[in-house]
Ligand binder design. Structure first.
Ligand code: KIV
Length: 254
């Protein structure tokens, strides 16, 4: 199993590959290929059909984490903490431990360096997340574009590093700012919409597979159109059942 220490040691040497998974078969398929599997709270949108991630509960994350951990035996498994579950130290520790019990090796939180520090002090490995943080941001645009907000993001990255996070997700920020942050902090940065200079990359699996079509951010590369393939299968199955062609003798017991 890949450890958080191994991920840290990959900084500047080897690109870190991370994808999201929310179920057993997907985790099993990507295990051994990616370094980190994130059970992202993007689950709320790409699996549960919510408009954003704010309705995701600990129950949702626990169930998904259990399924992923049954499928993945090599990758580092990181569980996202949903909004409202790490507002104070007590909740953060309780809920982080629930994710670890469900099979995660580490947790991810958006911003809040003081909570990250508290969790780390209590023996929990934490991945930080700054930039466009979907749980709290109101402006779903590239973050840190002007000098002042870029400076704030750099400071925030330093705080997450100082808090003891083992890695830091940078979401939707200009590539030059991501480069500066990556060169400044001691921990690996993992970009999503943050350009080519990060130590690693993450995307939402449903996005790269073409399984989520509500919208497509500029930073998403579609590697396949599995959604279209699935629709074709459903149509063929429906046609064959309606025409009495399936099940044929081959699929029947005698
Ligand atoms: O929820 C998620 O999938 C995430 C990644 C996009 C980083 O936070």
């Amino acid at each position: 199993m890949i450890t958080t220490q191994q991920i840290e040691s990959m900084k500047s040497k080897q690109k870190i590959v991370m994808l999201t998974a929310y179920d057993y078969p997907t985790a099993k398929l990507m295990d051994g290929i990616v370094d980190i599997i994130l059970i992202g709270d993007s689950l709320g949108m790409v699996v549960l059909g919510y408009e954003n991630t704010t309705k995701v509960t600990m129950q949702d994350m626990i169930r998904a984490t259990e399924a992923v951990s049954r499928g993945a035996k090599n990758a580092l498994i990181v569980g996202d903490m949903p909004i409202g579950t790490y507002d104070n130290e007590k909740d953060a520790l309780e809920n982080a431990n629930l994710l670890l019990k469900a099979g995660a090796h580490a947790v991810k939180i958006e911003r809040k360096p003081e909570i990250a520090e508290f969790l780390v002090k209590n023996g929990i490995d934490v991945m930080g997340h700054i930039g466009l943080t979907p749980q709290t941001v109101t402006n779903f645009k590239v973050q840190g574009k002007d000098e002042e907000s870029a400076k704030k993001l750099l400071e925030e990255a330093k705080l997450m590093d100082k808090a003891g996070c083992f890695s830091l997700v940078l979401e939707c920020i200009p590539s030059n700012l991501a480069k500066k942050i990556t060169e400044t902090v001691s921990i690996p940065t993992i970009g999503i919409g943050a350009g080519m200079y990060c130590d690693g990359q993450v995307l939402v699996t449903h996005d790269i597979l073409g399984l989520f079509d509500a919208f497509k951010p500029k930073f998403v590369k579609r590697y396949a159109e599995i959604g279209n393939e699935m629709r074709k299968v459903f149509e063929q199955y429906a046609k064959e059942v309606r025409e009495g062609k399936f099940p044929s003798d081959e699929f029947s017991f005698h």
